[in-house]
Write a protein that binds this ligand. Structure first.
Ligand SMILES: Nc1ncnc2c1ncn2[C@@H]1O[C@H](COP(=O)(O)OP(=O)(O)O)[C@@H](O)[C@H]1O
Ligand SMILES: [Mg+2]
Length: 300
């Protein structure tokens, strides 16, 4: 096991505050961010391409353009310092971890910016599992989360949308569906939204759609195989982040990663079960994507 020091800030409750974000401001109706007039361009800005999560919490340090800074609580910090370093599979599927830094008495992990290789990434955040309640939370908290999750697609499908961002090259802007929208969907509405996300690859480009579906299927099969055969931990409220190029019909670049590790529990002898909730979501995603693949093949 790797020895590491946990920053002192984790003993305080300030982790919930949004202190870092107050230094930066959004302008006008545009979703883009810009510095105050006459002020020098800031080196650190809010990372604008966050499909969900605490608003304005994720930061972009322009001195290291391929990285973002995510404010974390203790659990996620320990995950990156320990589980990430100890688990080759996680290193393959999570964003690359560059260490951590302190800012305004919060701890930030420095992560690979998954949007960096794209001109404009079309992104979809799917939160996995039948419940977002972590095993270490109080019974009251678990119960209230279960009630909320029961009203979403999480319970029946083992997943729900937390955000979809699609780029419109003509308007040079994103259309955004947020987590409130994701929570409002029914299970029967889920698959058509998957088609809507992938079909933005270009109305005329069935080839690109098929490429994207095949790419996602291959990655999901690997994750599924690993979680079925070598279960090492169970994850709650964790997401899969899907990305493909949205600003160039001729670019077939795609990516799919596991993100958001705030509630991870190791599989132990006392609790050896696999992560059935996450697996349920994976099986449904594989099923829906296979169905979409068949549809796109008939259009070729
Ligand atoms: N490494 C990354 N690169 C690019 N975007 C990311 C990365 N990690 C997260 N995001 C974006 O930020 C959003 C929130 O991240 P997440 O880790 O889920 O934070 P939270 O714990 O606040 O939910 C995600 O939906 C995704 O759009
Ligand atoms: Mg999240």
């Amino acid at each position: 096991m790797i020895e590491f020091a946990v920053p002192a800030t984790f003993s305080s409750t300030s982790q919930c505050s949004n202190g870092a974000a107050t230094k930066y401001e959004r302008t006008g109706s545009s979703s883009l961010l810009s510095p105050k007039l006459n002020a020098p361009a800031p080196v650190v800005e809010i990372f604008e391409f966050a499909t969900e999560g605490e608003k304005g919490a994720m930061l972009k340090d322009h001195t290291t353009p391929s990285q973002i800074l995510k404010p974390v609580r203790r659990n996620e910090f320990v995950f990156y310092e320990q589980t990430y370093k100890d688990t080759p599979f996680i290193r393959r599927f999570a964003p690359h971890y560059f260490g951590f830094e302190m800012k305004d008495s919060r701890t930030y992990v420095k992560l690979e910016d998954l949007t960096a290789p794209f001109s404009r990434a079309n992104m979809m955040d799917v939160k996995m599992g039948v419940t977002t309640a972590g095993e270490n939370e109080s019974e009251a908290k678990k119960e209230s989360r279960r009630i909320k999750d029961g009203k979403t697609t999480s319970l029946p499908l083992g997943m729900r949308y937390c955000g979809i961002w699609l780029y419109n090259p003509e308007k040079k802007d994103y259309s955004v569906k947020d987590k409130t929208w994701g929570k409002s969907l029914t299970a029967s509405e889920f698959p058509s939204q998957l088609d809507w996300y992938i079909s933005n690859a270009g109305r005329n480009s069935i080839e690109k759609r098929l490429h994207i579906v095949n790419y996602f299927l291959e990655k999901l099969r690997s994750i599924n195989e690993w979680m079925e055969t070598q279960p090492t931990f169970r994850m709650y409220s964790s997401s899969l982040l899907f990305l493909y190029e949205g600003n160039n019909e001729n670019s077939f670049r795609c990516d799919l990663r596991m993100i958001d590790f705030s509630h991870v529990n190791k599989v132990t002898e006392e609790r050896p079960e696999k992560d059935e909730g996450y697996l349920k979501g994976l099986h449904n995603l594989l099923k829906y994507l296979n169905e979409l693949k068949e549809v796109y093949q008939t259009l070729m």
